[in-house]
Design a protein around this ligand. Structure first.
Ligand code: HSE
Length: 410
């Protein structure tokens, strides 16, 4: 494609970052022609192109051949992206909710109009995970993909470990521009779930509605949960996980106990990390900043640059008839509450540990995923659920054998 004439929607954290990054880059044959922002009353830095407030200024401009969509509202974004694709414009977006909820429809529109729809910035900020899943893992050797794909919650969990309160850490994350306009999307695990939905499409070729995936966030974690993790030598990380076996694909978002030998253990602050496991490559770690102005703008820039070479995702793994989500599996978990009674109605397959004290109790053991799904965890302020990774489970069992007790009352 010769010259990229860009219409930019959104001039917030990522949009203004992209504007600066593009201005500093002389090698790209691309130029922002117009910016459309939301709030005409907001004071903004001076720009060399007009900032306008009417979407049709870009969508109906026949000169503009690329639309970069970086706004918060996914419904408005949907209208903009849909109309732009219909008008034959290539679209680059970082809107994970939009892509997670409407991907198949948007792919069809892009194909019908013979244009590209790229969204590397929608998952894990600066980490080029989608392009790698598309190009390098373009076969069916992948067995799992898991990791930290939300910068805000990782920032809060890192600060909690340093003794900084949840609300203070969230405020800092908001000031730094990591958090969503509605931070519930971050702390209740919706944002990482949207990203997981997109990863499922590129990793395993399956289309899933995000409403069918379980997301348990970090809002209800108690100081005692963090203390428990520290005592055992674990860190708590909000993980998005997907893995494939002969029964299908398991996928969910939930806080995990991570052992010190795990590559995600030292992933702090707004950094993200995605661990990909494949049959022959074994484990690979992708690590980088997952939120913030320039890191996200860098992924958007890379998509814009890819348009110069007419790049498109090919979705080679789209084999919906062969693979589907399964909820029929077991997890090894820790569930805590302020009273033992609150834990009694949760049906474990096996209980290996029960701790009861005044104001805090927990159970550890095997539970079926279907049982976990029955509870709306984000709405149960009293309950925390954390999952043991395979290795943290092993480490826990070894240390408990050494301690030689399993049921304790204080
Ligand atoms: N709120 C998101 C996060 C922004 O914290 O990761 C980047 O997608």
């Amino acid at each position: 494609m010769s010259h990229l004439k860009i219409g930019l929607f959104g001039f917030g954290c990522v949009g203004s970052g992209l504007y600066q990054v593009l201005n500093q880059n002389n090698q790209l044959n691309a130029k922002i022609q117009k910016i459309v922002a939301k709030d005409p009353t907001k004071s903004r830095e001076k720009t060399s192109v007009p900032i306008l407030y009417d979407a049709s200024e870009i969508v109906n401009d026949t000169e503009i051949n690329v639309v970069v969509e970086l706004i918060n509202d996914s419904n408005e974004a949907y209208e903009i992206v849909k109309e732009s694709l219909k008008k034959g414009k290539h679209v680059v977006t970082a809107n994970k909710k939009l892509i997670a909820e409407r991907l198949d429809e948007l792919i069809q529109l892009a194909n019908e109009n013979n244009v590209s729809l790229l969204y590397e910035g929608a998952v894990a900020g600066s980490i080029p995970i989608i392009r790698n899943l598309e190009e390098y893992y373009n076969n069916d050797t992948l067995t799992s993909i898991e990791g930290i794909v939300n910068g805000t919650t990782n920032y809060i969990l890192t600060k909690a470990n340093q003794g900084i309160s949840y609300s203070e850490a969230l405020l800092e994350a908001q000031k730094k521009g990591f958090a969503e306009a509605d931070p519930t999307l971050d702390v209740d695990g919706f944002d990482p779930k949207f990203k997981l939905t997109i990863l499922l499409k590129h990793a395993f070729g399956i289309s899933v509605s995000p409403s069918n995936l379980l997301n348990i966030g970090i809002r209800n974690l108690k100081p005692q949960d963090i203390q428990y993790a520290n005592e055992k030598g674990f860190r708590i990380k909000l993980f998005a996980s997907a893995s494939k076996d002969e029964h299908g694909i398991t996928a969910f978002v939930a806080p995990h106990f991570i052992e010190s030998s795990h590559s995600a253990y030292h992933v702090d602050d707004e950094f993200n990390a995605v661990v990909v496991q494949a049959a022959y490559a074994d484990k690979q770690l992708f690590y980088g900043k997952g939120a913030g102005s320039f890191p996200t703008a860098s992924a958007v820039l890379s998509d814009i640059s890819a348009l110069q070479f007419n790049y498109r995702y090919e979705y080679r793994k789209t084999t919906p008839e062969l693979l589907s989500l399964t909820t029929d599996f077991e997890l090894y978990v820790y569930i805590s509450a302020t009273t033992k009674e609150s834990l009694d109605h949760i049906e474990f397959e096996e209980i290996d540990d029960l701790y009861v004290s005044k104001g805090f109790s927990y159970k550890i053991g095997k539970i079926r995923f279907n049982e976990i799904q029955k509870i709306n965890w984000n709405d149960q302020e009293d309950l925390s659920l954390l999952i043991f990774s395979e290795s943290s489970n092993r480490i826990l069992k070894e240390s408990d054998k050494a301690n030689s007790y399993n049921f304790h009352y204080n």
